[in-house]
Design a protein around this ligand. Structure first.
Ligand code: HEC
Ligand code: HEC
Ligand SMILES: [Ca+2]
Ligand SMILES: [Ca+2]
Ligand SMILES: [Ca+2]
Length: 466
């Protein structure tokens, strides 16, 4: 300790790096990116909280002014919208999916599919017509006449909603090499109660709301870094390709790298948030001035000014850029460490990349230049026919999804009270989520099935430590 203190003084005096930090990582916080155990999932934005609030805490390294902006965004994220005219938060709908951001991203965490006889709360369905061109054309999905690109299952009083969806599951068992039986539930979706007939050939993509913390860090990853992971023709022969999506940026009016949404279908958080207001809540912004109901019988009139001001759009974007990432737990536990090795051996880390370095996100210094552990490559992967939604989205094919970050995944149970994973929440626990992996991740699935029970338990213990 004494040596380190001397080292600290020396560092301050002559800026020489001295190797005394390795045995006492918490020392006076000289080098905050110093993270020997990999527990600081969000770099300097990491918080040590494993409670049900773990996803909802502002990044601890925000300045006082930035914290105030974050808290303004927090209020707007929770704001409940109502039918116009009204004093507070008018403009909802006329057709929508939910009345606030937080209703879907509950506690800034994950949504889930509804249980039997439950209504849809935190899940939605995207729609489109099949494209006559090949998916390689990289175009935006084609709206369904009378429905647009999303099924709006709710509407304001006196207006017909577009319809709803019936989910039925059938179970199928599979057997691991050691004889363990694992049941997977296969979902089947039927659109019902439509206000007008749907064409027979509609493409339907079920999606549950993902977590919204740590996103500024993901936005700050340099594009070059993400592109170095791409291996579209699998030159290195590991069976994994990984491809970037390129999507329409409505502000820059050009195609740019897609990062957000389950198929990397949004270029940045500003546009993602504006799309959420537009598609999910029926609220216009300067990015999307026409109501989501435009051209449909539900449409009445467009308000002359955007229903959501640029100020609100800005603070809500900042809010999702600056939520902290919970630190890992139990990193020294032997079972967890064993699981971490298995995670690499099973090729999981080839897509769920453990460590990345962020660049500079203009206006958001707290997420800039951070070493982070998100467990994603931000790229699209073919996950096989069982996970396919068969609805292309720009360059994402009907069977491709963006590798979701795994940070915080072990806290979903604590925060959201469930363990439903994958794009439509079909997996009821982490092991089921792994065993749905196919396509480029087929080998990972096979290796997992060949593991002993002790090894599978260790792999899960590792995921639960994230
Ligand atoms: C009806 C439920 C619902 C509502 C309401 C909703 N979201 Fe979402 N959100 C989702 C779903 C589903 C996705 C995934 C979308 C996709 O893949 O296209 C998503 C994606 C996101 C993402 C991208 C996360 C990532 O990892 O890529 C952000 C950020 C986000 N929403 C913020 C918001 C904000 C801000 C609001 C309020 C203005 C909001 N959402 C309202 C369901 C909802
Ligand atoms: C080829 C790339 C790839 C490989 C290899 C891979 N994954 Fe995934 N993983 C994905 C994609 C893409 C998804 C999203 C699939 C979906 O939602 O339908 C996913 C989803 C998950 C999820 C659910 C996350 C969530 O938020 O719902 C977990 C858990 C997971 N993977 C763990 C693993 C583990 C453990 C391994 C190794 C045994 C592994 N993955 C190997 C790409 C990969
Ligand atoms: Ca509206
Ligand atoms: Ca619609
Ligand atoms: Ca490869």
């Amino acid at each position: 300790m004494k040596n380190c203190l001397i080292g600290f003084i020396l560092i301050s005096l002559v800026s020489v790096i001295i190797g005394c930090k390795s045995d006492s990582p918490s020392i006076i916080g000289i080098d905050k990116s110093f993270d020997p155990t990999g527990a600081l999932s969000g770099g300097d934005t990491t918080i040590f909280d494993a409670s049900s609030h773990a996803f909802s805490i502002p990044a601890p390294n925000l300045s006082a002014v930035a914290l105030e902006k974050h808290l303004d965004g927090d209020v707007e994220f929770e704001a409940v919208f109502v039918t116009a005219p009204a004093e507070v938060n008018p403009g909802l709908g006329p057709i929508y999916n939910n009345i606030s951001c937080v209703n879907c991203h509950s506690r800034d965490g994950r949504g889930r599919p509804p249980g039997v006889n439950e209504k849809f709360v935190s899940m939605l369905f995207r729609l489109s017509l099949p494209s006559p061109e090949s998916e390689a054309a990289g175009k935006s999905p084609i709206p369904v006449p009378g429905y647009g690109t999303q099924l709006n299952n709710r509407a304001i009083y006196g207006t017909p909603a577009e319809g709803t969806v019936k989910i039925e599951y059938t179970e199928q068992a599979l057997t691991a090499e050691d004889g363990t039986r694992i049941h997977l539930r296969y979902p089947n979706y039927t659109i019902t109660d439509t206000y007008k007939p749907l064409p027979d050939v509609v493409e339907v993509s079920p999606r549950v709301a993902p977590v919204v913390f740590g996103l500024g860090l993901l936005e700050a990853i340099p594009e070059e870094t993400i592109l170095t992971f791409a291996d579209e023709s699998d030159v290195d022969g590991d069976g994994i390709s990984g491809k970037p999506n390129y999507v329409w940026d409505v502000v820059e009016k050009r195609y740019t790298l897609g990062r957000f949404g389950l198929k990397a279908n949004q270029p940045n958080l500003l546009q993602q948030v504006a799309s959420a207001y537009h598609d999910d809540m029926g609220l216009t912004t300067s990015l999307f001035l026409l109501e989501n109901s435009f051209g449909q019988p539900q449409h009445t009139k467009n308000s002359t000014t955007p229903e959501i001001s640029d100020e609100i759009l800005d603070v809500v974007t900042f809010y999702v850029q600056t939520l902290s990432v919970p630190a890992r737990r139990n990193v020294d536990d032997p079972q967890v460490m064993h699981g971490e090795q298995l995670f690499a051996q099973a090729q999981c880390a080839n897509c769920h990349i453990p460590t990345l370095r962020t660049g500079i996100l203009p206006g958001v210094p707290s997420v800039s230049n951070q070493t982070i552990h998100p467990y994603t490559d931000m790229l699209l992967h073919d996950m096989g026919p069982d996970l396919a939604d068969n609805r292309p989205d720009f360059h994402a094919s009907g069977s491709e999804w963006r590798t979701p970050p795994l940070w915080g995944i072990g806290l979903v149970q604590t925060v959201n009270g469930h363990t439903n994973f994958l794009h439509d929440g079909r997996a009821r626990n982490l092991m089921e989520a792994i065993l749905w992996h196919g396509g480029e991740a087929e080998k990972s699935r096979e290796i997992t099935l060949q593991m002993s029970k002790t090894e599978r338990d260790a792999l899960i213990a590792f995921l639960e430590s994230l």
